[in-house]
Design a protein around this ligand. Structure first.
Ligand SMILES: *[C@@H]1O[C@H](CO)[C@@H](O)[C@H](O)[C@H]1NC(C)=O
Ligand SMILES: *[C@@H]1O[C@H](CO)[C@@H](O)[C@H](O)[C@H]1NC(C)=O
Ligand SMILES: *[C@@H]1O[C@H](CO)[C@@H](O)[C@H](O)[C@H]1NC(C)=O
Length: 496
């Protein structure tokens, strides 16, 4: 009773426009940067470009590029992997997408050198962009024009440095892979990528060093039959078959391994498994009990996108609530420890992707995907449909249960060298004034050294965010960092 009253009060008081996230870009309909108007008109008349069929689903920020992926669910998508330059001469609120790395490398059905359909993308500390091409064309009537493959790009040279085609054993007839998580260990070569198979109920691990993949199966990858009903943006629909979806890796723990956190889409429960298991191909069998229940978020908490900061703060989309949620992994995973950091009943309808960059910036893409896919009317192109927001991780979690206790020494304030077209509000220092110099050139990327947390000073961004305060480690007897509570006990999930 008390908790439902509390929830009600919070829902009411928070149902206003986004305040901590600033809208950076927005579009009624997407558009591409053709070399000239003539070429674009030809693309439209040939059907190569049908702007109304384009829905952005994934974002990532590296250097002064903001990547945007657009699946080929319908015809007329000229490129599935694109970027927006963040260092243009002036801020364009509705920029045209530029294919990455080129138009040619986005050719539909060109399996060897083109990308067909890309959902989520992930950049790493080693200046690589990891891109999964699911190879499909269409949605309900999807055809597999190319096999599932992983492409990895060197972001400094924009060249593809690896292409890996998944083994037939990694794929089942129902396979639909929408998400990717990275696990970089002691060096750039000690890298693993994990892929969630939402409709085939699997988790695929890929080793960069071995150039090899293997597949885990587990009952925790399945949907909860009681959680298949969705109400988003006034639309009711059922996504009852949707299993493991949002995945993210935790910081490296005391044992040298991360945890991979995951939630099925039709579920309110969070699970985890150590990457010690996922990195070991032999552990594909016999590891049932290594998969753990972490806890439950509570009602109305379907989620499709997870991301965890290197200090253990997890952000995720709350698609039923038009909101972004948080969890501090130092705390037990239960509804009381889950907070809404931002909510907007217009701007955040289907907040599709969430990213944390350099421990301080948060990027959010919202795209009204449920309306695009499930409404018989589709999107209203006289309205703003797609938005990209950015904000400070510190400010988003400030004052919530996810905020770590104050540090003994507060983080150093970095004076703004150059600030974007929006004003960022820092909770300790007030609004950061816009500077006349809007964009800076990217500096040389930092060499990757896993010993040094890559938090300050920031290099490539023109945004000025403060890093989130560190999550204190729980140190037990003999100075041993304790395992998470859910590794010690099997946490019971009781929602009601
Ligand atoms: C799939 O169906 C849609 C809607 O009927 C149609 O517009 C599209 O061309 C079809 N796509 C493919 C790849 O056949
Ligand atoms: C990785 O495996 C793929 C097969 O999917 C192969 O084509 C490629 O050459 C391999 N790359 C390396 C670096 O071994
Ligand atoms: C990999 O898993 C197998 C089976 O669980 C186990 O016997 C082996 O010790 C593991 N290897 C490593 C390096 O952990």
């Amino acid at each position: 009773m008390t908790s439902s009253l509390l929830l009600l009060c919070c829902l009411v008081s928070l149902s206003s426009a986004a305040v901590k996230l600033q809208e950076m870009f927005s579009w009624n309909v997407l558009d591409w940067a053709y070399p000239d108007e003539q070429t674009k008109l030809m693309a439209i008349s040939s059907g190569e470009l049908i702007p109304e069929n384009a829905l952005p689903v994934g974002i990532e920020r590296w250097g002064n590029k903001l990547f945007v992926s657009v699946p080929r669910w319908r015809p007329g998508i000229p490129a599935t992997l694109n970027y927006i330059p963040l260092d243009g001469p002036q801020h364009d609120p509705s920029p045209k997408l530029i294919p990455y790395p080129s138009w040619a490398a986005n050719e539909l059905g060109n399996c060897a050198s083109g990308l067909t359909t890309v959902y989520r993308i992930k950049a790493d500390q080693c200046n690589r962009l990891w891109v999964l091409d699911v190879g499909t064309y269409g949605y309900d009537n999807a055809t597999n024009v190319c096999p599932y493959s992983l492409s990895v790009y060197d972001l400094n040279t924009d060249r593809r440095i690896r292409r890996y085609v998944f083994r037939p054993e990694d794929i089942v007839p129902t396979t639909f892979i929408a998400n990717i998580a990275l696990d970089i260990g002691k060096s750039c070569d000690d890298a693993f990528a994990y892929f969630s198979d939402e409709l085939g109920y699997g988790l695929i691990a890929y080793s960069w060093e071995l150039n090899k993949s293997w597949r885990f199966s587990h009952d925790f990858f399945r949907p909860d039959p009681l959680r298949g009903d969705f109400n988003i943006g006034g639309l009711n629909f059922q996504w009852g078959a949707e299993g493991i979806f949002g995945i993210t890796a935790s910081p490296i723990g005391a044992d040298g391994y991360r945890n991979l956190y995951f939630s099925p889409l039709a579920s309110h429960i969070e699970f985890a498994v150590s990457t010690r298991i996922l990195r070991n191909e032999t552990a594909v069998s016999g590891s049932y009990h290594d998969f753990k229940v972490v806890g439950t978020r509570g009602p109305n908490s379907h989620t499709t996108s997870h991301v965890m900061s290197e200090r253990g703060i997890e952000l995720f989309n709350l698609i039923d609530q038009n909101a972004i949620g948080c969890w501090n992994s130092a705390l037990q995973y239960k509804p009381q420890n889950i907070a809404v950091v931002e909510k907007d009943d217009i701007g955040l309808i289907f907040p599709c992707d969430v990213k944390i960059v350099e421990e301080r910036e948060v990027w959010v893409l919202s795209d009204r995907m449920s309306q695009f896919l499930e409404s018989e009317y589709g999107l209203d192109y006289s309205d703003i449909n797609f938005r990209i927001y950015t904000g400070s991780l510190h400010d988003l979690i400030a004052g919530t249960v996810c905020e770590p206790p104050a540090l003994s020494t507060p983080p150093q304030f970095l004076p703004p060298t150059a600030v974007g077209p929006v004003t960022y509000y820092d909770s300790r220092f007030g609004p950061v004034p816009p500077s006349p110099q809007i964009y800076t050139q990217p500096q040389a990327p930092r060499p990757y050294n896993p010993q040094v947390p890559q938090l300050v000073p920031k290099v490539t961004s023109y945004l000025n965010f403060q890093p989130a305060p560190a999550v204190p480690q729980r140190v037990g007897k003999n100075n041993v960092v304790k395992n998470s509570f859910w590794l010690r006990h099997n946490y019971a999930v009781n929602e009601y």
